[in-house]
Design a protein around this ligand. Structure first.
Ligand SMILES: [Zn+2]
Length: 292
């Protein structure tokens, strides 16, 4: 009987040792991820461990996948009379937006751009604590007029996905070229492509889809002197062909409208996002961040 108990204890100790997540004792500066990230505990539905090689020490480190909220906004502006439900869903009012940014600041989120996220995934930058990405599709005028002052006040980084035909001519509905230049010069903003004409990439001819993907990158380079490496599919519509075209044109991150947290194990040209709806109360915003 004693022998049986000994054997059972030995097996239990052996299994316990195997199940312990490896303790990390390397220099934190060499690490790709930090383990004291509440996102891992609160949002990580994916228990997969990824193997990372420390660039300096060439060690294999098992670290949990970090789930990152990439928030999808469109416009930030006060509502007007006679707005449709759809318009309201796409437009977060400035006070609401400010409350959301206050929440992020109070809860120690660190905003990063998609270029930075790519650097982290390439092992060239350390993942900050509580990473979050703020994205704005279409380049609406309200991003400059209402969102930017609030983002600047919080010192928050963000990404704007531009419909680049609006860099060639001015309208009152979209940010003007000078305004985009100003937000880029702040150092807080990354410009990404949302095609030239906001086309449906699933329906466009092969040649036209390629043109929209490559020309929009050239437009951003020409008009803003910015190297766009991030892309948002207009209307969330992507295709295998579009993904190939993005790779050929030097994009390394693309975001969809598929709901969820992004992480390194996803196709980096098909990352999930969390849509923020202008009609939702702050409690829903918080719940979304917590993965409910
Ligand atoms: Zn769009």
């Amino acid at each position: 009987m004693k022998n049986i108990i000994k054997i059972v204890l030995a097996i239990a100790i052996f299994l316990g040792t195997c199940l312990v997540v490896p303790t990390i004792s390397t220099d934190m500066g060499n690490m790709h991820y930090t383990l004291n990230n509440p996102q891992i505990a609160s949002n990580n539905n994916d228990s997969t461990l990824i193997h990372k090689t420390s660039p300096q020490k060439n060690e294999i480190i098992n670290l949990p996948v970090v789930n990152i909220p990439i928030l999808m906004y469109h416009d930030v502006a006060p509502w007007t009379k006679f707005m449709t439900k759809l318009s309201k869903s796409l437009m977060v009012q400035p006070d609401e937006f400010n409350a959301q940014m206050d929440y992020l600041e109070k809860n120690n989120y660190t905003t990063i751009t998609l270029k930075e996220l790519n650097l982290v995934w390439e092992g060239k930058m350390v993942m900050p604590k509580n990473p979050i990405v703020l994205t704005f599709d279409d380049g609406d005028a309200g991003v400059y007029q209402y969102a930017y002052p609030i983002l600047k006040k919080h010192n928050f980084k963000f990404v704007v996905f531009l419909i680049t035909k609006f860099l060639r001519f001015n309208t009152n509905f979209y940010m003007k070229r000078s305004q985009v230049k100003e937000i880029l010069n702040s150092g807080l903003c990354e410009a990404g492509s949302h095609t030239c004409d906001h086309i449906n990439l699933q329906r466009a001819s092969k040649d036209f889809a390629y043109y929209e993907i490559s020309q929009s990158k050239k437009d951003i380079e020409k008009y803003l002197s910015f190297d766009a490496t991030s892309f948002a599919y207009p209307g969330g519509r992507f295709s295998d062909e579009a993904i190939k075209d993005l790779k050929k044109n030097g994009y390394n991150i693309a975001v969809t409208t598929i709901y969820g947290f992004a992480n390194e194990n996803q196709n980096h040209l098909l990352l999930k996002r969390i849509r923020i709806d202008g009609r939702e109360p702050i409690s829903t915003f918080i719940a979304k961040l917590k993965g409910y």
